[in-house]
Design a protein around this ligand. Structure first.
Ligand code: ZN
Ligand code: MN
Length: 476
């Protein structure tokens, strides 16, 4: 039997505007509960919403980055439902006349081939408040998040595995982070993801009921939940069992999905036009104006790094995989122009020692100039490569300046011919059998003898000079 996995995602992204979507309240995370509220976002009778221009412009940027068609006219609707975190009794959102449609994000799929994942729609809407369930069995409400602008991103069902969904989300998050339109932090809820997954028997065409999985708090959880659902649905189908479409949640501790509610009927939100907000008109001039000040996107940065710094495609993708890393590369490159050596150091020592978090943050305990200074010392043979790695490790661990470390540790390379010659002569005297072997045609002993010179100089001799001098004396 063979099955095709069908995955679509619904992603909610909080926009990092100064104020909320429809009022002047501050849009900030982590404030004292209920200190960023007003009659509009609390939904008090008679209060009227006014659309935040900054939210619209961020949505235009997102739509552009995802190659979407931006609609010149879009409208707002009321999505009616009752829940304590929604005091108005409805959420302002967009439905079939949303701000943008029909785009895509290109990912490097499992096979390594590029694959386009369709974006069906993005819609502007508002966030709800937050319920805090206490250990005492009570629930407290914080309305600071009420009315925070959201973009809901609805993909086409184009992903065919858990891994592909994760790769898609990573690209999406990276793109949004490059744009600077959102913090995109899953643990703070500024990026949230729901999954729709089902399978299709490729021979009979039979499809399983769609599972909608919620409560996913990491991309890893998204991947695991999809893989879990696929296996569960295949098992059911092979037993000939069917089930109703259901909403499930991911239980991270148990590593399984659990039913929250079965959908006997479609939800009826009684969508109605939002009478307090007119249509949103966006003309080409506005779109062009917003696009003209957009930040560089990840794919464009990769291309530029290949052109400008001559990087290999793979290296450019790794370095540009995080904007903070790419920015730091460019800062060092302003002071050190052997870009290939620089990227080698980034790909190995730098990324091995500097941790980049899921939020794209990193803590570098030295300045770009310090890194450039170290590389310059190595390039000009003032210290050798191994000493350079040692200095770098100390820069990371102790935050000291490279010059101070080189001086303290006495790492400066010996590049003086007379000094190295003295070591070479000693080594040759002490190893007559190696000299003999060399004369009998065993060139490889040179490596051993260089090692001896390095040992004698406590690692400080310039290895290349040691090699040249040894060869010279051996040939005499
Ligand atoms: Zn407000
Ligand atoms: Mn939504």
């Amino acid at each position: 039997m063979s099955y095709k996995t069908i995955v679509g995602l619904e992603i909610h992204v909080e926009l990092s505007t100064k104020t909320k979507a429809f009022c002047g309240c501050e849009n900030a995370y982590g404030r004292e509960p209920n200190t960023c509220t007003c009659p509009v976002c609390l939904g008090l009778p008679g209060a009227t919403p006014v659309l935040n221009k900054g939210a619209v412009e961020r949505a235009i940027e997102i739509a552009t980055a995802f190659h979407m068609t931006i609609n010149h006219k879009s409208t707002f609707s009321r999505k009616n439902y009752f829940y304590p975190d929604l005091t108005k009794g409805y959420q302002i959102t967009q439905t079939d006349e949303a701000i943008a449609n029909d785009g895509y994000i290109e990912i490097d799929s499992e096979s390594g081939e590029p694959k386009k994942i369709g974006i069906h729609q993005i819609q502007l809407e508002e966030d709800t408040g937050k319920s805090l369930h206490t250990d005492q069995g009570t629930t407290l409400m914080d309305y600071n998040r009420c009315g925070v602008p959201l973009v809901e991103i609805v993909t086409d069902p184009d992903m065919s595995s858990g891994l592909e969904a994760r790769l898609f989300l990573e690209k999406l998050r990276n793109t949004l982070r490059y744009l600077g339109v959102s913090d995109v932090k899953m643990e703070e809820g500024s990026l949230r993801c729901d999954v729709n997954v089902n399978i299709k028997d490729t021979e009979s065409g039979e499809r399983s009921a769609i599972s909608e999985v919620k409560n996913l708090n990491s991309f890893r959880a998204v991947e695991k939940a999809i893989d879990y659902e696929v296996n569960r649905q295949i098992e059911l189908m092979e037993k000939g069992e069917t089930e109703l479409r259901a909403t499930r949640r991911w239980d991270d501790a148990k590593n399984e999905t659990v039913v929250m509610r079965v959908k006997h009927t479609a939800n009826d939100y009684r969508f109605a036009p939002e009478g307090d907000l007119g249509p949103l008109f966006i003309d080409d001039a506005w779109i062009e104006e917003v696009q003209s000040r957009m930040a560089e996107l990840p794919d464009a940065k990769v291309e530029r790094f290949i052109d400008q710094y001559g990087l290999k495609e793979y290296d450019a993708k790794v370095i540009c995989g995080s904007k903070t890393v790419a920015d730091f590369y460019e800062e060092v490159a302003r002071h050190f122009d052997d870009y290939e050596m620089l990227s080698n150091w980034f790909m190995t020592e730098f990324l091995r020692r500097i941790e980049v978090t899921d939020d794209g943050e990193m803590d570098v305990p030295f300045e770009a100039e310090d890194f450039a200074y170290l590389l310059e010392q190595i390039k000009s043979s003032k210290i050798n490569n191994n000493a350079g790695k040692k200095v770098f490790r100390k820069m990371c661990e102790e935050g000291k300046k490279p010059k101070a470390i080189i001086d303290e540790e006495g790492l400066a390379q010996i590049g003086d011919v007379a000094e190295i010659e003295a070591f070479v002569k000693e080594v040759l005297d002490e190893n007559p059998e190696s000299v003999e072997q060399y004369r009998n045609g065993k060139d490889r002993v040179v490596g051993f003898l260089v090692g001896q010179v390095m040992k004698k100089s406590r690692g400080k001799a310039n290895p290349q000079m040691a090699n040249e001098l040894l060869t010279k004396f051996l040939k005499q």
